[in-house]
Design a protein around this ligand. Structure first.
Ligand code: ATP
Ligand code: MG
Length: 237
């Protein structure tokens, strides 16, 4: 018995990963219109940053909603909007590991800030991923780093309640939770089509709801649904 093409494509999608990786901020699915507006305000310069003691943007919310993806898109987009130029000095990524302490993080940030930025804006950009993994003391020392006007910090977390309040006060807060299920229909339809299966919106919506905003789960679950439909239709196994 030969294995149908659609079934193989479904398997490929699960192993190959995401062809839909957002390329610009317009590709990000925001959980609510306020979050999208806040990002638009920052990107267009309507909300200036760094300004008045706020030099950081915190993206917080449940797993898989695109926080790290958005954090990595922001430096280029902000620099381009501020100056019309590309980044000459890419963002520094700090992927926080459990128990990272203050001297480790601050030593790194200070070493970058002590150099002149090559960017047209004169700004350095830092992405600090999973900031809740830093110790409390490290978070408190970040607070003082955020007083600078020479850098923009973009932070992500799943656990906003665990963050130092002083640090939070220096951040523009952007909630990144699940959007309404309809917001994911277009992407879910295209995932299904890539597997060679046509799934109706009625078939897709329960799976979308089950993913709870996690694009990772959405990819896996829609591909699984399409694979099962292919199995049913073709009588595989
Ligand atoms: N709007 C989108 N369209 C398609 N894929 C997306 C979208 N947003 C995110 N993704 C994909 O979803 C996956 C998860 O995104 P990402 O790692 O940015 O989420 P996260 O919120 O940082 O997750 P975590 O909370 O687990 O750290 C990535 O493979 C990313 O490319
Ligand atoms: Mg992340």
């Amino acid at each position: 018995m030969s294995i149908p093409q659609s079934y193989l494509k479904g398997l490929q999608m699960l192993t190959k990963g995401n062809n839909h990786e957002p390329q610009t901020i317009d590709d990000i699915i925001f959980g609510n219109s306020e979050s999208k507006l806040r990002i638009q305000d920052i990107v267009t310069g309507a909300e200036e940053i760094p300004y008045c003691g706020k030099s950081a943007i915190l993206l917080y919310g449940v797993f898989g909603t695109g926080k790290t993806t958005l954090a990595n898109l922001l430096p280029h987009t902000i620099e381009k909007s501020k100056t019309g130029c590309e980044l000459a000095w890419e963002q520094e990524l700090i992927a926080c590991q459990q128990g990272f302490n203050g001297p480790q993080v601050m030593g790194f940030i200070d070493s970058i800030l002590s150099k002149s930025s090559l960017n047209a804006s004169g700004l350095h950009y830092f992405v600090i991923d999973e900031v809740d993994n830093l110790t409390k003391l490290a978070q408190q020392s970040l607070k003082s780093a955020f007083n600078t006007t020479r850098a923009i910090f973009i932070l992500t977390t799943n656990n906003v309640s665990q963050l130092d309040k002083g640090m939070l006060d220096r951040c523009i807060l952007i909630e990144m939770n699940a959007a309404a299920p309809n917001a994911y229909l277009e992407i879910a339809r295209s995932i299904a089509i890539e597997t060679g299966e046509q799934l109706s919106d009625e078939e897709l919506l329960p799976t979308i709801k089950g993913a709870n905003g996690s694009l990772r789960n959405l990819f896996h679950n829609v591909a699984r649904l399409a694979r099962r439909k292919a199995q049913e239709i073709n009588g595989v196994f």
